[in-house]
Design a binder for this molecule. Structure first.
Ligand code: SF4
Ligand code: SF4
Length: 352
């Protein structure tokens, strides 16, 4: 039976062996990136790390657990060389010559939207290092129907995604693909046709309602509310939450000098964190946020108010829960937003 859908896109069922052959063929044109398990590399003894890396086989992809690090690390790695300089010229670092096929969950697809917004659509400035990678990307959405105990994607409206090149469901002995992009269709020729369309999670274990901040007066009072002081004692300003965050984009740059000639070297950029002391320090030693509580307030308001106020569409947080997973002090952003909601009720006199 031909299960071709009206729009010409197709669903397929393939064995892992067939998938490996498809991956092999795809690898001639694409770098394939996906979450991969690194045994014994986790932060605690005898734990694993799941992070993005290049994969050659479908079995290399870790789909049973949420990755510790988000898909953003493919396009904006924790550290990267931007350019190399000599006395009187500079040479741009090379990007991959292949296209990129990145496996990611729906929340990470939404996070990609925010990354694009910041790197490519912020005040008319385009980050060429991000752009040259982003132009090469096709997304394979990993079906996600159960989530984990720190996910709250349903609350943030990021549990469903469209616009992917293909979607995949991993099964024990087979994979189901929904192939939407015509460039990918030839790789699936002669595979068993199937009407597969991905399902999505409809309810998480935790949820939140992002509170509305009605006006500037309430916002000003919220900024000085005592609720933030709790984090002076709890948050150790390590920055782990922002490094693992699907949507954080801040970075710092460093010039690495190769030898005694300070005009020869390379410029690198490295992920930075608004949670780390000194992040906001300016020339002359001036700083704006002096305590961990100040920094927490900044992060939470950025994710759940400021970004949306500026760009007028969505909140920045996609509810991936990675900041909760990574925090060594067990600080939950969901609990923090719920406390913020209570503080707003208190300020506006709408407490129940
Ligand atoms: S703030 Fe936390 S839950 Fe939200 S996108 Fe970042 S890591 Fe994910
Ligand atoms: S991971 Fe936790 S302790 Fe570290 S900066 Fe973030 S909130 Fe603070």
């Amino acid at each position: 039976m031909n299960r071709r859908r009206d729009n010409g896109q197709m669903g397929y069922k393939v064995s892992y062996e067939q998938a490996d052959k498809i991956f092999e063929k795809l690898s001639e044109t694409y770098e394939i990136w996906a979450p991969k398990r690194f045994k014994g590399k986790g932060r605690y003894s005898q734990t694993d790390l799941i992070r993005y890396d290049r994969v050659c086989r479908a079995e290399d992809i870790e789909y049973r657990e949420k990755s510790d690090m988000p898909a953003k690390e493919v396009l904006s790695p924790i550290t990267q060389s931007l350019f190399y300089f000599t006395e009187d010229e500079y040479i741009e670092s090379k990007a991959t010559s292949k296209k990129l096929l990145i496996f990611m969950r729906p929340c990470d697809i939404h996070a990609q939207h925010h990354q694009e917004r910041i790197y490519l659509g912020n005040g008319g400035f385009e980050d060429l290092y991000y752009k040259r990678m982003n132009e090469k990307v096709k997304i394979v959405m990993m079906e996600c129907t159960e989530g984990w105990d720190t996910c709250f994607c349903v609350s943030m409206g990021t549990n469903k995604a469209d616009g992917y090149a293909a979607a995949v469901r991993f099964g024990d002995g087979e994979l189901l693909f929904d192939v939407e992009d015509q460039d990918l269709a030839p790789y699936f020729e002669k595979m068993e046709e199937n009407g597969f369309k991905p399902d999505y999670i409809e309810e998480n274990e935790i949820s939140l309602t992002v509170p509305e901040i009605p006006d500037k007066d309430v916002l000003t009072k919220l900024k000085s509310h005592p609720m933030w002081q709790e984090y002076n004692g709890r948050c150790i300003s390590c920055g782990a939450c922002t490094v693992a965050c699907s949507t954080c984009t801040c970075f710092t740059t460093t010039d690495i000098i190769y030898n005694e000639n300070s005009n020869v070297g390379e410029r690198k950029r490295t992920t930075a964190s608004c949670q780390v002391e000194g992040f906001d320090q300016m020339a002359g030693g001036m700083a704006f946020r002096h305590t961990a509580g100040d920094r927490m307030r900044y992060k939470v308001l950025h994710k759940f108010h400021d970004y949306k106020a500026r760009f007028k569409d969505y909140h920045m947080c996609v509810g991936c829960g990675r900041c909760i997973d990574r925090c060594p002090e067990f600080i939950s952003i969901v609990a923090t937003v719920n406390k913020m909601a209570k503080a707003i009720d208190e300020i506006t006199g709408t407490e129940s």
